[in-house]
Design a protein around this ligand. Structure first.
Ligand SMILES: NCc1[nH]cc(CCC(=O)O)c1CC(=O)O
Length: 317
């Protein structure tokens, strides 16, 4: 009797952080509900190990994904689960992203242990964040706010908040609610002003291109969320054309509409002085091209000069 590929246990590669485990468990539950067998395999990445440097200083692409991709290649796991936001814009040719799980609310939020904490335009608060996008947007919209590095997993960052290394902490709502810290949210940024990073709030599933086709299809059917996938194609098309890597303050958010798809995206200079932001609409079938065209437009509006100056500043540092 031929061996049935769907009887095989799907080994799920994941980082060991609590959020990563939550995401991997969410994928495992859905696979099990579809009748598939699963097992979690915890893999530590450079982004988990190097905690004393900001991500733009660790520098290389795929700080949260590389070791997972090696395990896919070596056949140690069948799939890898990532925060979609942490996945580099171009995947190596022997690997592929087969599914994007249903997206959580996409907004950035502020957490504080002081329930009376209010963020206002003139606020002088010190806010923990290590994201260049969040820092630059805060400079633009909240010019008196200062920021402090807050690398590390969510638990580490909350400890820094507890130790009063800063007054408040800025994070993605998705991770906060998944960890059950939403009771600490004191401010939610509107997504048209603080446009999230491409992929924020969604979970991406990666596998080797040569994974058994029947198994691949079953995984896709169990995990993929069509509207999220379409949005992510547009956002990742934008990101790829922007060619910035994860430490560039670019942003992109696509949503499906009655007519098709809408994507808002752009780029901000590190000092917050120059903001380029546009919204494009098109058909869902051409989602990827729409994101690419948006990026080309932003680059043409002066985005290329912003990128150049960011790269020059970085090589000086
Ligand atoms: N590398 C950080 C990272 N990657 C994914 C999330 C949050 C959850 C998500 O956006 O899916 C975070 C933390 C944050 O930005 O607050």
């Amino acid at each position: 009797m031929a061996e049935n590929s769907l009887d095989k246990t799907i080994r799920i590669g994941t980082r060991g952080s609590k959020l990563a485990l939550w995401q991997a468990e969410a994928a495992a539950e859905k696979l099990q509900a579809a009748g598939l067998k699963t097992e979690l395999v915890i893999i530590s990445t450079k982004g988990d190990q190097v905690l004393d440097k900001s991500l733009d200083k660790i520098g290389s692409k795929g700080v949260f994904t590389e070791e997972l991709e090696v395990s896919l290649r070596e056949g140690k796991v069948e799939i890898a689960v990532h925060s979609a936001k942490d996945v580099q814009s171009t995947i190596p040719a022997d690997l592929e992203l087969i599914a994007f799980m249903e997206r959580e609310q996409v907004n950035d939020v502020i957490l504080s242990f002081d329930p009376g904490f209010k963020l206002e335009r003139g606020s002088h608060a010190k806010i923990g964040t290590s994201s260049t996008r969040r820092r630059a947007l805060l400079k633009k919209y909240y010019p008196n706010v200062t920021t402090a590095e807050s690398r590390g997993n969510l638990q580490t960052r909350l400890r820094k908040l507890e130790e009063k290394q800063f007054d408040a902490l800025m994070l993605a709502y998705a991770g906060v609610v998944r960890m059950g810290y939403d009771n600490l949210i004191v401010h939610t940024f509107p997504e048209d002003e603080f446009v999230p990073a491409a992929g924020q709030g969604s979970v991406a599933i990666e596998c080797a291109r040569d994974l058994d086709p029947e198994l691949k299809q079953a995984i896709k059917e169990a995990l993929d969320h069509t509207d999220t996938h379409t949005s992510l194609l547009a956002e990742r098309g934008f990101l790829r054309t922007m060619e910035g890597g994860c430490s560039i303050p670019s942003f992109a958010l696509a949503t499906l509409t009655d007519e098709g798809i809408s994507i808002t995206g752009g780029l901000i200079s590190l000092d917050g002085q120059t903001l380029l932001q546009e919204t494009f609409t098109g058909s869902a079938e051409a989602a990827e091209a729409l994101g690419e065209n948006l990026a080309k437009t932003i680059l043409g509006q002066g985005g290329d000069a912003i990128l150049k100056s960011i790269k020059a500043q970085r090589s000086e540092a």
